[in-house]
Design a protein around this ligand. Structure first.
Ligand SMILES: [Fe+2]
Ligand SMILES: [Fe+2]
Length: 227
């Protein structure tokens, strides 16, 4: 049953690749999509603690912080979709486990950014289902290109996200310590994900692919800022 096939079940079965049938993987993928889009995700780690209590945020600050955190939340929706698709696409059980574990870690980021959006009185992107679907398709294509390319895609994705988060640390209101703590922890996690994918054998991507990814990222961030 789809309803009872949780990510935890998927991860447990991923440890035992023989038991993971194509139907299992399909149901796990659907389960993960529904969890990312419709339910309140649950983090496995506590939300990062701010270095200081939030200072006063005027309306403009609050709106800007909300827009930036919406962009970051969309990034995490995309990460869920990418890694879920890449896990489905690989025939290698060890790599499937790595992608599934990466997706689980990104769930912390998804939950933290969703909670911060609520605290700021901002909404999630109305285009989330579209972001998920598009990223899932890109993840499947990356997975079809072979494991080294798929891992290389993960390396490049994480590096671009890390740079993007660094830019948000410059743009977030100086007094919004709660958002800053979340973004700082996410940036450090994404750097770790890039290193792990590189060590697992990720091949460098050709520059046209890197440029296309940058362009796609720019379209996503500009759109999600408002929508
Ligand atoms: Fe993330
Ligand atoms: Fe990541």
């Amino acid at each position: 049953m789809v309803g009872t096939f949780s990510l935890q079940t998927y991860l447990r079965r991923a440890m035992d690749p023989v038991s993971l049938t194509p139907a299992d993987r399909l149901f796990a993928g659907l389960d993960q999509a529904l969890r990312a889009l419709s339910s309140r995700p649950r983090a496995s780690r506590p939300k990062p603690v701010p270095v200081a209590p939030d200072g006063p945020l005027d309306d403009a600050d609050r709106r800007e912080a909300g827009a930036l955190m919406r962009v970051n939340h969309v990034g995490e929706i995309c990460a869920q979709a990418l890694y879920s698709a890449q896990a489905l696409a690989t025939p290698d059980p060890a790599l499937r486990r790595q992608f599934a574990q990466a997706a689980a870690e990104e769930t912390d980021h998804l939950a933290w950014t969703a909670e911060r959006l609520e605290e700021l009185g901002a909404r999630q992107s109305v285009l989330n289902p579209l972001w998920y679907l598009g990223s899932f398709g890109i993840g499947l294509v990356a997975g079809r290109l072979g494991d080294r390319a798929s891992l290389g895609f993960m390396v490049e994705t994480e590096r671009q996200v890390e740079r993007h988060l660094a830019s948000h640390l410059e743009r977030l209101p100086a007094t919004d310590h709660a958002s800053r703590a979340i973004v700082t922890q996410m940036k450090s996690d994404e750097a770790g994900h890039a290193i792990a994918a590189e060590r697992a054998g990720g091949a460098p991507l050709p520059w046209p692919a890197r440029m296309a990814m940058k362009l796609a990222g720019r379209i996503m961030t500009r759109t999600a800022h408002y929508l």
